[in-house]
Design a protein around this ligand. Sequence first.
Ligand code: NAP
Length: 303
Amino acid sequence: MADIIIVGAGPAGLTAAIYAQRAGRKALVFEAAVYGGQIVNTPEIENYPAIKKISGFEFATALYEQATSLGAEVKMERVISVTDNGSSKTVKTDNSEYECKAVILATGAKNRTLGLENEKALIGKGVSYCATCDGMFFRGKTVAVAGGGNTAIEDALFLSNYCEKVYIIHRRDRFRAHEAEVAKLKGRENVELVLNKNVTALKEDGGRLCGVEVTDKLTGEKSELAVAGLFVAIGQAPDNTPFENVATLDNGGYIVAGEDCKTGIAGIFTAGDCRTKQVRQLTTAASDGAAAALAACSYIDSL
Ligand code: NAP
């Protein structure tokens, strides 16, 4: 029996594993997709204390290696349900069933979609949610990024290094992203800001994206941009519905918990972007991982 089962091998989950192992508790981490979570999609991290610059992939790999070298076990299995049996918990995955004393839900969040008719069909055929992963396929081409947060600005900066032209389409006239990054973007000659506009249709030719229709939010006027690629960077949404029986979710689907990362159910904790909080950053995910793991260790001590 593992002491603590951690659902999600992103920065919050892996940090929790590091703290649990260092406190002498056996941590078992489950991940359904790739370790590192959303951070692997970030081309460059420049705001993690003491690390001037690192790619998201390198960061995730170093974190994974740190956790596993301390003895944490990471299994690539999707967690389907968690059952609270009092002093033990049962975690069911798509492969097996496991028992533990405490659970930390660190499920992160998933990319939001625009919700357009042919969006799903065009994934991998011009529509992407990850500039780091797919950007290279658009070298020398004209592309668009939709969104106005840090991800969108970073994606646009990254793509402007090798795409002919990058449109950044944002629904307002002000960006939510850090000012320093926005200033960098404005300095790029091959970037054009398309503001107060929503992407309202995807144009295709022979099953591939060839353009986007944008609609002005203020005038309702429609226009078209010819692009070979569209990078959708409009934020994330959590997916905690499998855990509704062991945690309270707010209207947005986030697990309700404070800075102590306690869900209100004994032995069930939460950490990172999946939790109700104001600031969702790498630093705050790591901080949550530590808080949740230490709270889980105290809980186990009290059993
Ligand atoms: P985000 O900060 O939530 O920004 C999402 C952006 O998409 C916003 O500009 C939003 O517009 C827009 N948007 C949302 N729904 C939309 C829709 N249906 N249609 C059109 N536009 C829509 O998401 P994010 O950029 O992915 O960042 C997520 C979190 O990670 C944030 O806390 C961010 O600071 C953090 N992050 C940090 C770094 C870094 O520090 N290096 C890098 C990446 C991400 P409005 O502005 O009008 O709401």
